[in-house]
Design a protein around this ligand. Structure first.
Ligand code: ARG
Length: 269
């Protein structure tokens, strides 16, 4: 399940900070756009050159500064995509652009109930054949039944309780089909016990969770994650994985890091 080879990215031509919709974003602390471009290119080259991932690109719309976070575009399974319905009006502008890209690239675009927010792979991650789905901060739990029906899969609904980890992919990532890496403090006690009882787990320390160490891309035995996460890197090496650290400072200013700059396009199903 974690041998993902094809992802969607968006070169940050119009990346910037024009609004505040999470606690990391501050209008008086805008990203350096040149530096951001360099960091994005380093991630792109780690994925393509070092790890052999196929990267498809979608053009960034000028009015959509957060469109670089392609993980939020939707959730792909086979040739179908459940399109995002963003909670914030500022990001709703992205929906039509992503829908056009998916249609032009042979995906069947499915749209859920307009009253039910869903922020794509930011809040929905497959672990083996089970879908882990975060809710409350951005996505609504009402979409989980729809996802389960569309993809004929079981969904574990996980409540997020801390605004700093507002998407599931900011505080959890599947390492393989039965192991997840996560920061328990981002989840309510019931979700913590569901995770703990359903999978083998690796718990990360708070200071690394704050560096978005869980915003990681796993390609087989390789894990691409933000710099500044030595405890998790050591743990990964001990388990036979190879960490690849990428500097993500300019994307952290918008509340994102490595994983949310990619969307899996070959989620098998
Ligand atoms: N500024 C963006 C937002 O708040 C960041 C999104 C990060 N995406 C993610 N999948 N964690 O929506």
């Amino acid at each position: 399940m974690t041998q993902h080879r094809r992802v969607l990215m968006c070169s940050p031509e119009h990346y910037g900070l024009k609004y505040e919709i999470n606690p990391w974003m501050h209008l008086d602390d805008s990203p350096d756009t040149l530096l951001a471009m360099g960091q994005w290119q380093a991630l792109y080259s780690t994925l393509t050159v070092d790890l052999g991932v196929q990267v498809d690109l979608v053009d960034q719309a000028e009015e959509c500064p957060d469109m670089v976070f392609t993980a939020n575009a939707g959730l792909v399974r086979g040739k179908q995509v459940l399109l995002a319905r963003f909670r914030h009006p500022q990001r709703q502008l992205e929906e039509a652009h992503f829908a056009s890209w998916f249609e032009a690239n042979g995906f069947e675009v499915l749209k859920g109930d307009p009253g039910c927010y869903f922020e794509g792979e930011g809040d929905a991650l497959f672990v083996g054949s089970t879908l882990l789905a975060g809710y409350l901060k951005r996505s609504d739990i009402c979409g989980h039944r729809w996802m389960a029906d569309c993809f004929e899969t079981s969904v574990l609904s996980l409540e997020l309780v801390d605004d700093r980890w507002y998407h599931l992919d900011t505080c959890l990532f599947p390492l393989n089909a039965d192991t997840v890496v996560y920061y328990p403090g981002a989840f309510d006690p019931y979700a913590q016990s569901v995770i703990h009882n359903s999978f083998n787990t690796v718990v990360v320390p708070e200071e690394e969770a704050l560096r978005f160490c869980c915003n990681a891309v796993v390609i087989g035995r390789h894990v691409v994650l933000p710099t500044g996460c030595p405890v998790l890197c050591a743990e990964l090496e001990e388990r036979g994985f190879m960490p690849h650290q990428v500097e993500m400072s300019e994307f952290l200013k918008a509340g994102g890091a490595a994983k949310c700059l990619t969307l899996l396009l070959d989620n098998s199903g």
